[in-house]
Design a protein around this ligand. Structure first.
Ligand SMILES: NC(=O)C1=CN([C@@H]2O[C@H](COP(=O)(O)OP(=O)(O)OC[C@H]3O[C@@H](n4cnc5c(N)ncnc54)[C@H](OP(=O)(O)O)[C@@H]3O)[C@@H](O)[C@H]2O)C=CC1
Ligand SMILES: O=C(O)[C@@H]1CCC=N1
Length: 266
């Protein structure tokens, strides 16, 4: 039985907890959580989450401890758990910008740390999590953490020094994609298409396009060409997107995301 604790049960902490609870991993896991607003942990009772009275209690009861608090909270919370951290504890940080050395500085010099960057679709078992292995953790411990995230989506292992850059790609990108979707649905409403049908058609187009990228074997440029009939509607629309510098806007969004991660980094 793995003991898995959460310090913070906000958007991401509760998404991971719900993801674990809905996965094959649940029978093998005992789940704990502490959150100042207790109602957030109470809301997870149906997932079998046991409520703790403090962050330190989570660490005392759990081998794998997820730090699911805002980066700005680390300086306040880590000293509260330092005494409870042992050679067995594996601290899993999902916070943007926070590094392993900073976590050790505020807990124990020997603390085992895994850095992870998940995303909210984990809630539905469709997450994408980037993970970096620190020398402090064994292969077996890292495999357990990877399994936890893998139970609710795909995982990819990357270098620790790329954990800030990856945030734009999978951590924040769902918000960028939702905004893109909003643009299409706003247009459907403007021209009077039935809301539900438009939503279903667009969302299936998103899913189908994603599958074409992963499974068709064609490059993205080729896939764009296949949709773009000469003199047709797609090229007319693409002209507007190029004129509106959509690709520059995406690059700028990703650059700003990374820049903010460096600002938050310790
Ligand atoms: N949201 C996302 O899509 C993603 C977020 N992340 C990372 O996840 C982390 C959490 O983000 P997110 O879940 O969105 O933020 P939320 O604000 O939703 O959650 C943070 C939680 O931390 C709790 N908290 C505050 N102080 C303490 C404390 N002293 N001890 C324990 N818990 C505390 C808050 O409780 P209360 O409300 O009671 O103050 C809140 O529920 C961040 O570091 C972020 O970078 C990573 C990937 C994706
Ligand atoms: O916005 C944030 O800072 C967090 C990290 C990635 C997604 N949400």
């Amino acid at each position: 039985m793995n003991t898995i604790g959460f310090i913070g049960a906000g958007n991401m902490g509760s998404a991971i907890l719900r993801g674990i609870a809905g996965s094959d991993m649940k029978p093998e896991a005992e789940l704990f959580a502490y959150n100042p607003t207790e109602a957030k942990v109470d809301a997870l009772a149906d997932c079998g989450v046991q409520k703790c009275k403090s962050a330190a209690e989570v660490v005392e009861k759990s081998r794998y401890v997820f730090l699911a608090i805002k980066p700005q909270k680390f300086e306040e919370v880590l000293p509260q758990i330092a005494d409870a951290v042992t050679e067995q504890t594996v601290l899993v940080s999902i916070a943007a910008g926070i590094g392993a050395e900073f976590i050790r500085k505020l807990t124990k010099p020997f603390a085992k740390v895994v850095l992870a960057m998940p995303n909210t679709p984990l809630l539905l078992g469709e997450g994408a999590t980037a993970l970096a292995k620190d020398d402090s953790v064994s292969d077996a411990e890292f495999a357990v953490v990877r399994n936890i995230f893998g139970s609710c989506g795909m995982t990819a292992v990357i270098a620790p020094e790329q954990m800030k850059e990856v945030i734009a790609i999978n951590g924040s990108s769902p918000a960028f994609i939702y905004l893109f979707a909003k643009g299409f649905l706003d247009y459907a409403a403007k021209v009077g298409l039935p809301e539900q049908s438009a939503k279903e058609l667009f969302v299936q187009s998103l899913i189908g396009s994603a599958k074409m990228i992963t499974d068709s074997g064609y490059s993205i440029d080729e896939l764009i060409r296949q949709v773009s009939s000469p003199g047709g509607t797609t090229l007319a629309g693409l002209d507007q997107l190029y004129e509106g510098k959509m690709l520059d806007a995406v690059q700028n969004a990703c650059d700003s995301c990374t820049k903010r991660a460096y600002e938050l980094s310790k």
